[in-house]
Design a protein around this ligand. Structure first.
Ligand code: OSB
Ligand code: MG
Length: 367
């Protein structure tokens, strides 16, 4: 793909409601878009970096700066294949979100020219994916129950609750009691705990969670392996996995039994696919995470989530979860088909849910 120009565009996107996690409150997204222009087309991508370096060390002004000063000038003038962008940018350490945006924009331009879909290029195995939704920390349990109620009604098949010390067992118990044992439920601590909290986290074992995501600090790979021996709830890593090498280390250490793959965090969709392949070879289920993306980032994530190893629903919620007006035609979840009529008789509480089992239900069309 011969590139004639690259444009960096910034847009402000207000969120429909504040999104609170253990690392901060977001009320809007400060989005950086990358547009790659070729002689006969263009390609678009979105940089997932947030305005402040809290989730990880990247932040959107920094991403824009490193793209302008180093990453964009490093691309060869005589054309580049998207599959070679990663190697070209390798001399520059870190900055995975900036690199991911550039590689993805080149890939988008290339695939548009070839008339091939993102899903087909990546190896999608289906044209619909089941969708989960990430639910922020709220001011009260009733407020949380109302929010979960709305998401379940909208068709989301899996609920992820953000947790932090002081907002963990109580909200999880309340959601489990209100929505029953069949609800696919998981939690995300965004690194808010330490090993000292192991006994508090073990209380969550009672609620048959699919997984607990990133309980400990980003660099605490060994501590996660220790925690995994104490908890019955499977540990899933998000922040700790920045590459396929990190995933290999985490798997061999026993630091996680599930991986949240966010293409942006690992430097792009091609590295994301390598992590998928590695995890699949080890029998480790993966799912597609999100970073409050607009429809541009969201569509690509949904394509990735259609790969065969993505056996758990992702944070691939629709545009309206975050934005009243998206910059693309809005992505919407399909509603689940009506359930079979309830059969009389006792309901059995299952053994702890096995996250390796697939959950094929209705979801989002994969681009
Ligand atoms: O930890 O998965 C996370 C959003 C921003 C930063 C980190 C995370 C999240 C989410 C929401 O949980 C993901 C989404 O719905 O886009
Ligand atoms: Mg997370």
């Amino acid at each position: 793909t011969k590139i004639s120009g690259i444009e960096l565009r910034r847009i402000a996107m207000p969120l429909v409601a504040p999104f609170r996690t253990s690392f901060g409150v977001e009320t809007r997204r400060d989005v950086l878009l990358v547009r790659v222009v070729t002689s006969d087309g263009e390609g678009w991508a979105e940089c997932a970096a947030m305005s402040e370096p809290r989730y990880c060390s990247e932040y959107v002004d920094g991403a824009q700066d490193v793209l302008r000063k180093f990453l964009i000038p490093a691309l060869p003038k005589d054309g580049v294949d998207a599959a070679a962008v990663g190697r070209t940018l390798e001399p520059f350490t870190g900055h995975h979100m900036a690199k991911s945006a550039l590689e993805t924009a080149v890939l988008d331009a290339q695939l548009r020219l070839a008339g091939e879909s993102f899903g087909s290029y990546l190896g999608a195995a289906r044209d619909r994916v089941p969708c989960g939704v990430s639910v922020g920390i709220m001011n009260s349990v009733p407020e949380l129950l109302d929010a979960v109620d709305r998401y379940v009604a909208e068709g989301y098949v899996r609920i992820k609750l953000k947790i932090e010390p002081g907002w963990d067992v109580e909200p999880v118990r309340a959601v489990r009691e209100r929505f029953g044992d069949d609800l696919l439920l998981q939690v995300d601590a965004n690194a808010a705990y330490t090993l000292v909290d192991a006994q508090q986290l073990a209380k969550l074992d009672a609620f048959d969670l699919l997984l607990i995501e990133q309980p400990l600090a980003n660099n605490d790979m060994v501590q996660h392996a220790q925690l995994a021996k104490i908890l019955r709830t499977p540990i899933c890593l998000d922040e700790s996995i920045e590459s396929a090498a990190d995933a290999a280390a985490a798997i061999s250490l026993g630091a996680c039994s599930v991986i949240n793959i966010k293409p942006a965090r690992v430097g792009g969709y091609l590295e994301a696919r390598r992590i998928h392949d590695l995890a699949r070879a080890h029998g480790i289920p993966v799912w597609c995470g999100g970073m409050l993306e607009t429809g541009i980032g969201r569509a690509a994530n949904i394509a990735l989530a259609a790969l065969p190893g993505f056996t758990l629903p992702g944070d691939t919620s629709g545009s309206h979860r975050y934005f009243a007006t998206d910059i693309t035609p809005p992505l919407r979840p399909h509603r689940r088909p009506p359930r079979r009529p309830h059969r009389p008789g006792p309901r059995h509480r299952a053994a702890p849910r096995d996250p390796r089992r697939g959950h094929d239900r209705e979801g989002m069309d994969s681009p």
